[in-house]
Design a protein around this ligand. Structure first.
Ligand SMILES: Nc1ncnc2c1ncn2[C@@H]1O[C@H](COP(=O)(O)OP(=O)(O)O)[C@@H](O)[C@H]1O
Ligand SMILES: [Mg+2]
Length: 302
């Protein structure tokens, strides 16, 4: 039986694109407290800026003291509203602190290490699969009752195309957006949040955390055990697990098609991702799950 290695995960998880990509027509949110008093005045925060590596398409992420500054967009007010709801329920996530003088969003800095790419050994065990599944379901529970503002603008890049409003999905729950630190595991990068099916969010996470790539060295039994552990942590009924695998196929295929279609529309960043093989990698990842779906589903039932 081959064991999962951090090296393999690093290779496998490095290949495909992280889902987040800037959308055309990034709109700057109000740039000062005067324009949006509810967001507070962060003008005192102009200390030393430290670039934060690791993002795929948000090159300007910086740390300033205990805060992070990121490009804002038309979606930022809705995302901050959601993050405030999570703060009120003590769900671990960056806290929204408003917009700085440069029009960037201000969030609390989460101390710790990003799991991808240097800490993938944290994902080797079944208990890590349970833990991440639980963290996601805790999020979906925490967002229950959240009512988004009627004029909320959510990004479309990762959005479930069915139009479901079952949850506000994070839409990029993956090792590249998970910080492991002294207070536990915390998901960051909430830019892609949008209404959708809970399964849509879980499917993306299942693929990226279990590592369902065609070149995976994980043996069949181990793959099934990791999927089961994730589902146990996420409290997914046994009867729903085969359907979740179907949504994994759908979710990853949708991402691949989205990358290609944005590139065709002339978006240079998406073209770069397609040229770098990201759309192809997600297509292969999707095909791999489709090819193994029945086998995994029957083993999950056993
Ligand atoms: N709130 C935060 N706390 C701590 N680190 C963060 C935070 N936000 C971003 N980072 C760091 O910056 C990197 C890139 O940020 P991210 O928001 O994921 O950008 P992108 O949208 O490009 O994926 C992350 O990998 C992480 O290391
Ligand atoms: Mg990210």
């Amino acid at each position: 039986m081959r064991t999962l290695t951090a090296e393999w995960l690093a290779t496998a998880l490095d290949a495909p694109a992280r889902v987040g990509a800037s959308e055309g027509g990034r709109v700057h949110a109000p740039s000062s407290a005067a324009e949006n008093p509810a967001w507070g005045d962060n003008r005192h925060m102009s200390e030393h800026e430290q670039a934060l590596e690791g993002g795929n398409l948000n090159p300007g992420v910086v740390r300033v003291g205990d805060t992070v500054r990121r490009s804002a967009g038309s979606w930022t007010p809705a995302v901050h509203d959601l993050l405030q709801h999570l703060a009120d329920r003590s769900y671990p996530a960056p806290r929204p602190l408003g917009i700085d003088d440069d029009g960037r969003e201000v969030l609390t800095f989460i101390p710790g290490e990003c799991v991808h790419p240097d800490n993938l050994d944290m994902l080797q065990t079944d208990s890590s699969m349970r833990r991440v599944g639980r963290l996601i379901t805790e999020y979906h529970r925490a967002q229950t009752g959240y009512v988004s503002p009627p004029d909320a603008l959510w990004r479309k890049d990762g959005q479930d195309p069915t139009g479901s409003t079952e949850v506000i999905a994070h839409n990029d729950l993956a090792p590249w957006n998970l910080i492991s630190g002294p207070t536990g595991w915390v998901f960051i990068d909430w830019d892609l949040a949008a209404p959708g099916r809970r399964m849509w969010d879980l499917a993306w996470a299942l693929h990226s955390f279990v590592g369902l790539w065609p070149d995976s060295p994980i043996a069949h039994d181990d793959t099934v055990r990791r999927i089961a552990a994730f589902c146990d942590g996420a409290a997914i009924d046994h009867s729903d697990r085969p359907r979740l695998l179907d949504v994994v196929v759908e979710r990853t295929r949708h991402h691949s098609l989205m990358l290609r279609s944005r590139a065709r529309e002339g978006d240079a960043e998406y073209q770069r991702l397609v040229d770098d093989g990201h759309a192809h990698a997600w297509e292969q990842g999707s095909n791999h799950v489709a090819a193994n779906r029945d086998r995994w589903a029957s083993a999950l039932r056993a």
